[in-house]
Design a protein around this ligand. Structure first.
Ligand SMILES: Cc1cc2nc3c(=O)[nH]c(=O)nc-3n(C[C@H](O)[C@H](O)[C@H](O)COP(=O)(O)OP(=O)(O)OC[C@H]3O[C@@H](n4cnc5c(N)ncnc54)[C@H](O)[C@@H]3O)c2cc1C
Length: 321
């Protein structure tokens, strides 16, 4: 069949009387979203969990891990509670992953409020437990206080990365902020800080979550312009509880676009529809990124597998047989 080539020139949409059909026939064409077999192999994934506080949450976490394990993520990471408050639980979770799963665990480690020796000891403990990947972070000051480095500690994440490299041959990931870290002096300073972390020996940056694909893609452009060549992996947080996500976003500096609020409007007492809307929104975000060549994603699972599993499926990832 011989299809006429569409006219790719941008139409003048203000032309009076330009009908929908004419706009469609003469208007700009979007590239199709990626489909299987069109040069978009399934992306590499990683999943983030938090260490459980109770037995019930432990059961929930492990059922989440078992559900996502067949998707063969590149690695899975376990967070470190504020100021190291989950040190033992983070360790127990990653050690169990090493012993009981086929997963490659990455332990988060922060340096706030601790001496270098204390932090190095925790890192040695991870190494002894068979953990070879660390997500190295500064961490935050207690609520209502301003961050100040511990006198005998690593001041910033870049210093921690350098310290970890002296402890053992860890693979190290660090944090990046497409909308700039809330306490950074400027966006440029924050990008310099990311570069220092990578120059100190980290091999990948994982971003704070964001809701607008343009925010991430513009950040990637800035990273490239600054000479960053390490992978910058988008952090994706599927939303099922909008109110909670909005509260959390205000704390970590993620912009919540108006359209996101509209999507969840009227659904406060309808968790089922909220979940479907959340899956739609996150799927659209990752597919747009995938259409722009992004082939690695980090999911903030909040220890719930359903949305992450569905979105991974939409991205073309299939469970191991
Ligand atoms: C993927 C990811 C995972 C996370 N996991 C955890 C977790 O498990 N536990 C937890 O408690 N928190 C976690 N956080 C939150 C993180 O600890 C906070 O965002 C923290 O405020 C900054 O940590 P950082 O490693 O990015 O710090 P840094 O890279 O050290 O940067 C912190 C701030 O200091 C500035 N800065 C850097 N170097 C210098 C310097 N030399 N002089 C002056 N300013 C400087 C930076 O621009 C930035 O504003 C995570 C964040 C992300 C994105």
């Amino acid at each position: 069949m011989n299809h006429a080539t569409p006219n790719l020139a941008t139409p003048n949409l203000t032309t009076p009387g330009l009908a929908t059909l004419e706009r469609w026939l003469t208007g700009p064409r979007f590239a199709g979203l990626p489909a299987r077999g069109t040069g978009h192999p399934a992306p590499a994934l990683s999943f983030e969990f938090f260490p459980p506080r109770t037995e019930a949450l432990e059961t929930q976490l492990w059922s989440c891990i078992r559900r996502l394990e067949p998707l063969r993520p590149r690695f899975v990471s376990v967070t470190y509670g504020a100021g190291g408050s989950t040190q033992a639980r983070t360790h127990a979770t990653v050690a169990r992953m090493v012993g009981e799963t086929s997963l490659v665990p990455a332990a988060h480690l922060t340096c706030v409020g601790a001496t270098r020796e204390e932090v190095d000891d925790v890192a040695r403990g991870y190494w002894a437990a068979g953990v070879r990947h660390i997500v190295a972070l500064r961490g935050d000051a207690a609520p209502g206080t301003t961050y100040a480095p511990h006198p005998g500690g690593y001041a910033y994440a870049a210093d921690l990365v350098a310290g970890l490299r002296r402890v053992a041959d860890f693979e190290i990931s660090v944090a990046a902020y497409p909308e700039t870290h809330p306490a950074a002096a400027s966006a440029e300073d924050d990008l310099d800080s990311l570069k220092r972390k990578l120059d100190a020996g980290a091999t990948r940056a994982i971003t704070q979550y964001f809701f607008d694909s343009g925010v991430f893609l513009r950040f990637l452009d800035r990273c490239l312009a600054a000479g960053i060549t390490a992978p910058v992996v988008p952090g994706i947080m599927p939303v099922s509880n909008f109110a909670q996500a909005a509260r959390f976003s205000a704390m970590c500096g993620t912009t919540v676009p108006d359209w996101l609020g509209h999507l969840f409007e009227g659904l406060d007492n309808d968790p089922e529809t909220r979940r479907m809307v959340g899956a739609f929104q996150a799927a659209e975000l990752v597919r747009l990124l995938q259409a722009n060549g992004i082939d690695e994603f980090h999911f903030y699972t909040l220890n719930r597998p359903d949305l992450t599993y569905a979105i991974a499926h939409i991205l073309g990832v299939r469970a191991a047989a």
